[in-house]
Design a protein around this ligand. Structure first.
Ligand code: MG
Length: 259
């Protein structure tokens, strides 16, 4: 099932995609819901970020090949940081270059969307029931500022630096999600959650012992090798098999959004 959040005729709705139509969700996607009987064509809506999280948790160096390319050691425990919810954008929204940075990188990632409140789980606890589904994520990073600062809040926290979407896909195997990133149509990253140093269930349990995970919270699970800078006008597509493609363009500050 693919769950979208979208604007249609000035209303914000959630819907489930069937062929080219979105069937409105009645109820809560985190609990019980049914589908309305008046679908709208997906071509007629503006797609929004699929959830409004209370927090976006990032995990650094969770693929060996990426830790290696930035000359970083492989961590013994998940390396965790936060991105503010104000950084969130959706499919086809623009990533805006901050004046403070001369180098902004894309990082294609698999995002986990939390379904229910999780707190203090045991290391071997089953977490499937606590996960709503998966989405594509671009963990946009000001690489120059990341190198300069002790922590990542500035480098990863600018407005528009958390692209999520286009939808939440449910019922997928978290150990076998294939991820690809394209820069202007050219393949630049390719990986699978089978390669994660800390697999998704372990990450969810680990994080639940640090902070309460709320419905709609987002965990960005790390990026494979192949990160690189974007130039104004570039388009980045993050693609996950079974989810779809999240597309965003990179623009200078003040540039007009094209939608
Ligand atoms: Mg990342």
């Amino acid at each position: 099932m693919k769950i979208y959040r979208f604007r249609y005729r000035k209303r914000v709705l959630q819907g489930v995609l069937k062929e080219e139509f979105l069937f409105p969700v009645i109820g809560s996607v985190f609990g019980d819901f049914r589908l309305g009987t008046s679908p709208v064509p997906i071509a007629d809506v503006r797609i929004l970020p699929p959830v409004l999280p209370s927090k976006i948790i990032g995990v650094g160096r969770n693929y060996r090949d990426h830790a290696k390319e930035l000359d970083n050691p492989v961590p013994e425990e998940p390396l965790v940081f936060l991105k503010p919810p104000t950084a969130l954008i959706g499919h086809l929204d623009a990533i805006v270059q901050p004046a403070a940075s001369a180098r902004v990188d894309y990082e294609g990632e698999v995002a986990v969307i939390i379904r229910k409140r999780l707190r203090g789980l045991a290391d071997d606890a089953a977490v499937e029931d606590g996960i709503l589904g998966y989405a594509c994520f671009n963990d946009v990073t000001a690489r120059d500022l990341q190198a300069k600062d002790v922590q990542f809040a500035r480098a990863k926290g600018f407005d528009t630096f958390a692209a999520l979407g286009p939808c939440i896909a449910t019922g997928l195997d978290p150990a076998a999600l294939r991820l690809k990133t394209f820069l202007n149509g050219r393949l630049v990253q390719s990986g699978s959650t089978a390669q994660l140093i800390f697999p998704i269930p372990r990450l969810v349990g680990f994080l639940s012992r640090i902070m309460t995970l709320n419905p709609g919270d987002v965990i960005a699970t790390g990026t494979p090798a192949g990160v690189g800078p974007m130039s104004p006008g570039d388009r980045v597509d993050v693609q996950i098999e079974g989810v779809g493609t999240l597309s965003n363009t990179f623009t200078r500050p003040g540039a007009k959004e094209d939608r």
